[in-house]
Design a protein around this ligand. Structure first.
Ligand SMILES: Nc1nc2c(ncn2[C@@H]2O[C@H](COP(=O)(O)OP(=O)(O)OP(=O)(O)O)[C@@H](O)[C@H]2O)c(=O)[nH]1
Length: 966
């Protein structure tokens, strides 16, 4: 049950707390101070005791108004008795004008019964006040009852209004001002009834403390003051009575005159409305059935005031002085508004608890929840595959630095302009309470290929790529094949070279991609284009398996494309077919006649020998591959090559892979879209359509696409435009983002993130011996979780081909005593391929091991400053060899380190001893100038040597992904 504090009771009874305490003590009820709580029985006892000694003043109250009497009593030592009376008096006073009041009168006579009921209601209001008490010091409460009653109402009302919490109470005082004493208990009841259920439990603690406040409703004035400052409260408390005494009389008289009529009207209205409110609350406390009737009016006021306070502050003031016509309206609003108010209070209280209630005022609290808890719909972000940090920050309304911090914690260092992928964005967004969903537009929705029914599939010609070591006869073979195209009947019939050609033979048709060499093949694959069905590996019978032969084998294997071998130049006297087969077998290509599965055909491209047999074997192989496609649908293909033709605009050679491409088709190709203007076949003849495996030249492109780009026909130009624009946007975002190519620095993270389960390594070394040793050691590094595969190993400098293979296979390149040439280095930077250089085998193994378990500490990395070509050498006694050099790119710095490279192999690694321009020592020499160089402790410099000038740069751990190349 609710308990009443001494100061509340004192307030209610219109007497000084101290005085009341004295009286209570005399009654033998133990109280310590004005904050002491009194239970119902004690309150009843006290009321009974006080009423017994104040019959005279009751009469006065009936004549006058409660407000006046209370104040007077408060000043006087024995106002208390008068106050208790006013309550019953009020009831009785109301009774005469209205029947309801008349009914109430009897209970008034039974002061004891009523008072307890009132006491209870009072406690309930406490919860309302509770919020205020929470913010305000408990001390304020006691003061309030004393001083506030008198006047505070109007001023406080305004003040309190300012404070969201206080308003309800404030309003009550205003409304009740004229009828302070009676109204207070009454309003308390309704509020208590309505509130206790909801607020009581939660506010329980405050209730005990703030219990006095129920009395305050009429005196709400104090509450506001308490809310604002606990200290000033004391002063007002003392002044209050005086002010009340001064203002009181004047106001009282006016109030009386004005309200007599108004009240009667109001009361009538109230009666109608209050009944609803009162009944509900009564049931809850279930204490006194009589209570509802008595408190009802008060309750009406209280809620009315509370509800209307915020929106109708000024109106309330007017209503006090003017007609009470507005009250009924308030009463209506109250019923609904109360709950809202309380729920708001609760929310605020929660927010305060979380943040520290004392810190901020009401105005600040309100916006916070709004800012921290945006609408669910607004907490969802739609992004594409990638989004820049800046854009993500903007969409979430948080600082980019916050996102960067989170990303760092997630092990994803990024700067503000960097794009992060969808998964990373989702992770970070969740940290800020946001959800991320894929942008509505999904390319796949539009471009998704429909599955073909088996009956729709028809055999299609194989697409063949020719690979092999330099000068082994790739071009000669392709030429020979063209001329073997007997059916065509056009000797040397290729009138137009379009990067691919189509051969029709008795046994069928074959498409050759006229891009000999594995570089183009791998470049296509690096772009995700798999167009080749079969690889013809050309090996010269007089030369055998060479470096590029091995590369071609590895590239084909990496792409999982079957290989057929053409052993060329068998016409040559020194041709040794068996040796070739043996060497091929060493690389996993075992001839069929030896029990293997690799078809090997002996040919002479020059003499046009064995070509037809080779073609037959190709067709046979194609048959085994069961190459099929559905020609009866919109075309899909890949760009084999593209260029900007001066006369015809952008032109692309497209290999149709499925469906049939026709003139007028709407297409999207890479980031371009448009309508096919015209089609030409491989011989330059205009055609109207091209089916699966047919290479065709397409005109009517809106730009020059890249080799490997897809070419998709769509039904709707609008869709094509949408896809192209979407890709352009994605392209821009990806340009900004760092690729997720594997690097030793991030290897561990990438393994952890599940990005890679296999570490591909390309190894280039100076000599075969070290190659074997490293190969064995690397292959032993595989663990259960991560497999380490050496996809290619060879001797010599790191070439562009190595970089492209690494790019296509997401591999790391390891150079052992070899370097990447300038072009390869540039390409590696472009493709973000990690190239690492070593001169100690142990270090390679150790680094990969450490990288796999996340222990690799990338302290320093090389930064190549420039390259120098040795054009002359001079030997000077005492000094040694002086190299007369030309700086080909970058610059040479006096204190830099140098690496002497001969035929792609590192011969020496050390420091510059001197750097001169003519005879002068200089600090640096830039590209395009000559200079004289000596190397510390090294004199074996030869004309034609390359000198790489570099320095070691400290690597910051957070920039791990950016230091791709050492
Ligand atoms: N004797 C003989 N010479 C051949 C044969 N095939 C090619 N050649 C010669 O070998 C040389 C190189 O032939 P290409 O076809 O240019 O070889 P490639 O592999 O295309 O060379 P790159 O384009 O430099 O990689 C040419 O001089 C050809 O004439 C052959 O079957 N027999």
């Amino acid at each position: 049950m609710a308990r009443v504090r001494v100061h509340e009771l004192a307030k209610e009874l219109g007497m000084n707390s101290k005085e009341l305490i004295d009286r209570i003590l005399k009654l033998g009820i133990p109280v310590k101070n004005h904050m002491s709580a009194l239970d119902d029985s004690a309150v009843t006892k006290i009321r009974a005791h006080l009423q017994a000694g104040t019959p005279e003043k009751v009469e006065e109250k009936r004549i006058g108004r409660r407000v006046i009497r209370r104040r007077k009593k408060a000043e006087e030592p024995k106002p208390a008795p008068a106050e208790p009376q006013p309550e019953p008096v009020e009831v009785s006073a109301e009774a005469p004008p209205i029947q309801e009041h008349g009914r109430e009168e009897p209970p008034a006579a039974e002061a004891v019964e009523i008072s307890p009921a009132e006491a209870e209601p009072e406690t309930p209001p406490a919860p309302e006040e509770a919020p205020s008490t929470e913010t305000a010091a408990p001390e304020a409460a006691p003061e309030m009852p004393v001083a506030p009653e008198p006047h505070a109402a109007p001023p406080t009302a305004e003040e309190t209004d300012a404070a969201a919490i206080a308003p309800p109470q404030v309003a009550t005082p205003e409304a009740s001002e004229p009828e302070p004493a009676p109204s207070t208990p009454e309003p308390a009841e309704p509020s208590a009834e309505g509130v206790p259920e909801e607020a009581m439990p939660a506010d329980t603690p405050p209730v005990t403390e703030a219990a006095p406040e129920p009395a305050a409703p009429p005196q709400e004035a104090p509450e506001p003051t308490t809310d604002k400052e606990a200290v000033p409260e004391e002063q007002p408390a003392q002044e209050a009575p005086q002010e009340a005494a001064k203002e009181g009389p004047a106001e009282e008289e006016e109030d009386r005159a004005k309200k007599k009529k108004g009240k009667r009207r109001k009361r009538k209205r109230r009666k109608d409305e209050p009944a609803k409110i009162i009944r509900l609350p009564e049931l809850i406390p279930g204490e006194a059935e009589e209570e509802p009737e008595i408190p009802a009016p008060a309750a009406r006021f209280a809620p009315d005031e509370q509800v209307s306070r915020e929106p109708l502050r000024k109106k309330k003031v007017r209503s006090d002085k003017e007609d009470a016509g507005k009250r009924p309206r308030r009463a209506r609003k109250e019923v609904v508004g109360r709950e809202d108010l309380y729920s708001k209070k609760e929310l605020r209280a929660q927010a305060e608890r979380g943040r520290g209630a004392s810190k901020k005022g009401a105005p600040k609290e309100a916006p916070k929840p709004a800012a921290t808890v945006p609408k669910a719909a607004k907490r969802r972000i739609r992004i594409d595959e990638a989004i820049t940090v800046a854009n993500l920050a903007k969409q979430m309304g948080v600082k980019a630095t916050e996102i960067i911090k989170k990303l760092l914690l997630l092990g994803l260092p990024a700067n503000i302009n960097q794009a992060i992928d969808f998964d990373a964005a989702a992770l970070v967004a969740s940290e800020f309470g946001y959800e991320v969903e894929k942008a509505g537009f999904e390319e796949e929705d539009i471009l998704q290929a429909t599955e073909d029914k088996p009956e729709d599939l028809q055999p299609r010609p194989p697409v063949v790529t020719v690979m092999g070591h330099v000068d082994h006869g790739k071009t000669s073979l392709l030429d020979a094949i063209r001329h073997t195209n007997v059916i065509d009947g056009e000797a040397g019939g290729i009138t137009q070279h379009i990067g691919a050609y189509f051969v029709e033979m008795d046994g069928g048709r074959i498409t050759f991609l006229d891009t000999p060499g594995h570089e183009a093949f791998t470049a296509m694959r690096a772009r995700g284009a798999k167009v080749t069905d079969l690889v013809i590996l050309v090996v010269a019978a007089d030369d055998g398996v060479m470096q590029q032969t091995i590369e071609a084998i590895n590239h084909s294997k990496a792409a999982q494309v079957p290989i057929m071998v053409a052993i060329n130049k068998i016409d040559k006297p020194n041709a040794n077919v068996d040796r070739v087969k043996r060497e091929l077998a060493e690389h996993g290509l075992i001839p069929e006649e030896w029990g293997g599965d690799t078809t090997m055909v002996e040919i002479s491209a020059k003499k046009r020998m064995g070509i037809e047999e080779l073609m037959e074997m190709v067709l046979l192989q194609a048959e085994l591959l069961e190459l099929k496609a559905n020609p009866n649908k919109p075309a899909r293909g890949r760009v084999i090559e593209a260029k900007l033709d001066k006369g015809r605009g952008p032109v692309a050679t497209v290999l149709v892979q499925e469906g049939t491409l026709r003139e007028g088709d709407v297409y999207v190709c890479g980031t371009y879209f448009g309508r096919v203007r015209s089609l030409f076949d491989d011989k330059g003849r205009r055609i109207s359509e091209a089916g699966p495996s047919v290479p065709v030249e397409v005109l009517g492109l809106s730009g020059v696409p890249n080799a490997g780009d897809d070419f998709i026909v769509l039904a709707d130009e609008k869709q094509a435009k949408q896809v192209a624009e979407h890709r352009q946007m994605k392209h821009r975002e990806k340009e900004l983002s760092r690729s997720t190519k594997v690097t030793l620095e991030r290897l561990y993270e990438q393994i952890q993130e599940g990005q890679i389960k296999e570490v591909n390594v390309i190894l280039k070394s100076d000599v075969q011996g070290s190659l074997e040793a490293i190969r064995d050691s690397i292959q032993k590094l595989s663990t259960q979780e991560v497999k380490v595969s050496l996809i290619h190993a060879g001797t010599g400098a790191i070439s562009e081909g190595d970089v492209m293979l690494a790019s296509a296979s997401n591999a790391i390149i390891i150079g052992f005593n070899v370097r990447a040439d300038a072009k390869a280095q540039e390409l590696a930077e472009q493709e973000q391929v990690d190239i690492r250089y070593y001169d100690v085998i142990y270090q390679i193994i150790s680094d990969i091991k450490e990288a796999m378990v996340g222990l690799l500490e990338p302290d320093y990395r090389e930064e190549v400053l420039g390259r120098v070509e040795v054009r002359q050498t001079f030997h000077i006694s005492r000094i040694g060899t002086v190299a007369g050099c030309y700086v080909t790119d970058g610059k040479v710095e006096r204190n830099a380190k140098v690496r002497l490279i001969r035929d792609g192999v590192v011969v020496w690694d050390g420091k510059l001893a001197s750097l001169k321009r003519f005879k002068d020592d200089v600090r640096e020499v830039s590209a395009g100038f000559e200079c004289g160089i000596t190397i510390e402790n090294f004199n074996d410099i030869k004309v034609g040597d390359q000198i790489e000038v570099y320095k070691m740069v400290e690597v910051k751990p957070t920039l791990g992904p950016e230091d791709g190349n050492a």
